[in-house]
Design a protein around this ligand. Sequence first.
Ligand SMILES: Nc1nc2c(ncn2[C@@H]2O[C@H](COP(=O)(O)OP(=O)(O)OP(=O)(O)O)[C@@H](O)[C@H]2O)c(=O)[nH]1
Ligand SMILES: [Mg+2]
Length: 692
Amino acid sequence: MSHTTDQIRNVTIAGHGQTGKTTLFEHLLFAGGVIPRAETVESGKTTGDSSSEEVERKISIHAAMGHVERNGVKINFFDTPGSSDFTGDVILSFRASEFALLMVDGRSGVQIETVKLWRNLDDRKKPRGVFIGKLDNDQADFNKTLADIKEKFKIEPAPVTLPMGSGGSFKGVIDVLHEKAYFTAADAVEKEGPIPDEYKGAVASAREKLIEAAAEGDDTLMEHYIDKGSLSPEEMKKGLIEALAESKYVPAFAGAALNNAGVVPLIDFIADAGPNPRTAKDMVLDGDKETEIPLDPDKPFSALVIKTTYDQFSGKLSWVKVIAGKLAADTEAYNVSENKKERVGKIYTCQGKKLEEVRELSAGDVGIITKSATLKTNDTLAATDNSLNFVHLRLPEPVHSVAVNAVAKKDDDKLGEFLVRAAEEDKTFRYNFNGETKETVISGMGELQINIILDKIKTNQKIEIETHIPKVAYRETITKKAAAEYTHKKQTGGHGQYGKVLLEIAPLPRGENYQFINAIFGGAIPKNYIPGVEKGVLEGMAHGTMASYPVVDVEVKVVDGKYHPVDSSELSFKLAARNAFRDAMRQANPTLLEPVMNLTVFVEEKYLGDVMSDLSSKRGKILGQDSAGGIAEIRAEVPQAELLRYSIDLRSITSGTGSFAVAFDHYAPISGRIADDVIKARESFKIQEADE
Ligand SMILES: Nc1nc2c(ncn2[C@@H]2O[C@H](COP(=O)(O)OP(=O)(O)OP(=O)(O)O)[C@@H](O)[C@H]2O)c(=O)[nH]1
Ligand SMILES: [Mg+2]
C-alpha cells in the first residue's frame, strides 16, 4: 500500500554514543509488529546494527532505516550512529527527516555529541524531541535529566510521557496526551492500563503544559484556550502538530526501550502529532543561490539521493528522499546532476537490511532504488531535465588522515577501486593521491572510521597494506632580494650549447605564489628563448635549495643575458635559468614555510585546561573560546605537523568525548630546531634529486 504525503512521518533517532538508539529502534519495530521479537545489541542480531563491522564492535556505524504503521500513518525511523566519526550518516538522516528524536541516557544526562547535534539541528531549524531512556536503571533519574536538558539547551521540554517508578521499581510510563498508562512486560509489547491514582496529579499538570504548547501552535486555538481554559483532544493534536512543525516546543519522552517501556506511546505521538512532511522544505540551487522549496506532492516528481550503499545480493542501493510528486517504479526520469536519463526499475522500502518492493513513493517518503545506472549521493533525480539541483548534504571536512599503500604493486588497482567505492558509500571519507608527496592519503572524521576502512581493505579485500602518518607539504620561500647570473656553456662535437641569464628575485606577499617578469631590452635574450627561461625558473622553483620543497611567493625578473647565434637553444636557456634561480635563492635568505591549520575543538568544560595546555605544547595560538551548555569551543591556529595525530591525542585527553574541525589556513615560516629537523628528514630525498 502506498501512503500519501499526509500519511508519512520521518524521524531520526540521534544522540551520544551508547544511549540506546539502536535498542529503541529495535523495540519500535517490535511494537509496530514488524519483527517477531526484539534482539539485543549484544546478540548482534538487531535490525539497526546489521553490518559485520557493527556486529563485531557493538556500535552503530551506518544509518539504518525501518518503518512502522499506526492508524494508516507510515513512520520511517532512522537509527543513526552516536560516534562523531560517523556523523555523515546522522546528517543525511536529518536531511530526510522532519523530526529528530535525541536520545539521552537517564543516568548520565546530556552528553557532548548530543549538544553538537542539537546545534546542528538549530542551524537546520529542525523540530526535535528528547527521549530519556534507560529509566529501568537504578542510577537513572527522569526529573534530573529533564532539568539538565533545560539548563543545557535553554528550553522547557514538555513531557508527553511520564515514568512510573524508577530503577528497580520502574513499572512503565503514562501517555499524557492520550491519558493512558503502559506497563512494561518482559519480551512483550507494553500493556495498556488505567493511570494509577498516585500519578493523576502529575499527569494533570503535564497535560496542562502540553495544552499550552498546543495553543501556541495556532492563534484561534489560543483564543479557545483563553476562553474555555482547555482544548478538545482534536484541537490539541492539531495545535501540537503545528507547534512542533515550527519548533515552538520540545516534547520529552520517558522510557526504557530494552524493557518495552515508552515505545508504544512514542509511536502514537508521532502518528498523531509528529510533523507532517507537507510542512517541510528543502533547498535547491538556483544559479549559485540556495533557495527554499516546499515539499509538494502536487508538483512534478523530484528526489534527492541521500545515501549509496552496496549490498552483496542486491547490488547498488540508492536511498532517495522524494521532495515533490511521486516516484513510480519502471519509469523514465532524469539524473539532473549528471544530465543523463535514468531508467528507474524497481523501488523499495526497507526494514534494516530487508528490502520490500513497492510500486510508488509519495513526496515526503524515503525509499530505495536498486541498480541505478547513474545515481550517486547528492544527485537530483527528477521527472524533467530542467529541474533545479538540490543543495548537497552539508558534511564536515575530514579531520584525520593516514597515508596508505599496497605492499604488492599488483594490488594497486584493487585498492584504488575499493577506495572509490568506500568514498561513494560514505561522503565523509575521502582519498587523494598527493602527487607532491607521492602518497595516497585517506581521510575521514576520526581514527575509528579510518581503522574500519583499513580493516576492510585487509580482511575483505585481502590486500596487504602499509600505513604511515601523511607527510606535511612544506614550502620554501625567500626573505630578501637577490640576483644571480649563470652561463650554461657546453662544447661538444657539432653544435654547442650556450645561454646566459641574469635573474633578480624578490619576495612576494604570502599566498601570491609566483610572478615572472621579462625585463629584457634590446634583445640580450631573443624573445623565442624567453619561454625556455621561464621553464628553467619553474624547474628551479619546483625544488628549493633548503629541503627540495616547492618554492612559493617569489617574483622573478629576467634582466639580462647573452646568446650565441649558433649554439643557443631553448634547452640552454632553461638550464641557465634553473641554475641562476638556485644561486639567487641561496643568497636571498631562504626560509622554510609550514602549513598552519585553523582548528576548532569541542570539549566538555572540565577538559578545557588540559586541551589548552596541549595546544600550547603543539605551538598553537589560541584565537578565542566560547562556552555553552557545558561544552567549550576553542579556536586556535596550529601547525599541521603538530596535528597529524590530533584525533588520537584529543581522545586520550578527553576520554573519547572531544571532537574537532580543522581546515588549512595559511603558510608560516619556521626556523631553528624545527626547521633543522625538517631539512634533516629530507636529506635522502635531496640526494635522490641530485642524482636525477
Ligand atoms: N538498562 C537499559 N539498558 C539499555 C536500554 N537501552 C539500551 N540499553 C543498553 O545500552 C547499551 C547501548 O545500547 P545501543 O542501543 O547500542 O545504544 P546506541 O545509542 O545505539 O549506541 P551507538 O549506536 O553506538 O551510538 C546496550 O548495552 C543496551 O543493551 C534500556 O532501556 N535500559
Ligand atoms: Mg546504535
